[in-house]
Design a protein around this ligand. Structure first.
Ligand SMILES: NC(=O)c1ccc[n+]([C@@H]2O[C@H](COP(=O)([O-])OP(=O)(O)OC[C@H]3O[C@@H](n4cnc5c(N)ncnc54)[C@H](O)[C@@H]3O)[C@@H](O)[C@H]2O)c1
Length: 296
């Protein structure tokens, strides 16, 4: 199947990024969120990012032309023309199941439905639809316009045509695709990454290594552009906790059990860059100004 029109549900960090890379690649995108205010904020962030990429010569085309391919909406019914709907709402299985039921109702019968979930098994979402053969996972990485990787995940019900069509679409966005042949919680990359992030938090929790040294060590010793705690602040500590919880709930393997310190920080609203405090503290412009005090 050929994907031409894309419907993105959720215009946050990830939904906005997915919308942006689609528009940059020439797709018409309808982007849905709950309020006009949220949509306007997201459009502003997309325009800024497209402007930077065009300025650096990393994206060709005029900013206004790229932006004109994006149509914001608060109405779910505006997915009626989509060939592919990408869900990127909060990492909460009940909210996502509700969204999938709505997408199944409003999207054309031929449309593929995908989720950008970090860790929830895709079959928990496809099971609420009447088209489980047309449901896949499309796991982008943050920040979407910069990160080349896309995991495409199939369930036992996903058809070959759905899987291959979405892989071709991902490649057309300039992404390198990793194929994941079963929707185990956490898929492939988070299954590998989560235990090391948990170990980093436990070392901080026990006072063995400082927050800054964890990040410095992983940057300098392993060539990562950002350490795990800096990455956690960017992604959102709540998003990270949600991913760990999903993998732990499915596997009951203690290596995926979320650390108490992380749960306490999320409860306190220390969610990272978006609340200006996570493992680090940020000023209004988003510049790092220090390390968050521990214990909280
Ligand atoms: N943040 C990351 O680094 C990252 C990486 C990979 C995957 N993910 C996953 O992507 C998804 C989105 O994460 P995010 O970081 O963009 O979250 P976010 O909080 O930045 O954005 C979520 C958006 O969804 C909107 N929303 C909620 N319910 C909605 C509905 N019913 N219809 C339309 N919009 C709705 C919210 O208003 C919000 O704007 C999550 O499943 C997350 O686990 C996140």
């Amino acid at each position: 199947m050929e994907i031409k029109k894309v419907f993105v549900v959720g215009s946050g960090l990830m939904g906005g990024g997915i919308t942006q890379v689609c528009a940059q690649a020439g797709y018409n995108v309808v982007m849905r969120d709950l309020t006009d205010e949220i949509l306007q904020k997201s459009l502003g962030a997309i325009k800024w990012s497209v402007g930077k990429l065009v300025e650096k010569g990393r994206v060709t085309g005029a900013v206004d032309e790229i932006m004109s391919r994006i149509r914001p909406t608060t109405r779910m019914d505006d997915g009626f023309e989509a060939d592919l709907a990408v869900e990127a709402v909060f990492e909460n299985v009940d909210i996502k199941r509700e969204v999938f039921q709505e997408l199944d109702r409003v999207c054309p019968k031929h449309a593929i439905l995908s989720s950008n979930t970090s860790a929830i098994p895709i079959s928990e979402l496809s099971s609420v639809t009447d088209r489980p053969d047309k449901v896949v996972g499309t796991h982008f990485f943050s920040p979407v316009p910069m990160m080349r990787l896309l995991e495409v995940i199939r369930t036992i019900s996903t058809s070959d045509d759905t899987f291959e069509s979405v892989i071709r679409w991902g490649e057309s966005l300039g992404k390198e695709v990793v194929r994941v042949n079963l929707d185990v919680a956490g898929f492939a990359m988070n299954r590998i990454n989560i235990p090391s992030t948990i170990e980093a938090i436990r070392l901080v929790e026990k006072g063995i290594v400082s927050i800054e040294d964890i990040d410095k060590g992983m940057r300098l010793g392993f060539g990562r552009p950002m350490g795990p705690l800096e990455t956690g602040d960017m992604a959102g500590l709540d998003v990270g906790l949600g991913a760990m919880t999903a993998v732990y709930n499915e596997t009951r393997d203690p290596k995926y059990a979320p650390p108490e310190l992380l749960m306490r920080k999320v409860r306190a609203g220390h969610l990272g860059r978006k609340t200006r405090i996570g493992w680090y503290i940020y000023d209004e412009q988003g510049n790092k100004t220090g390390v968050a005090p521990l214990p909280i």
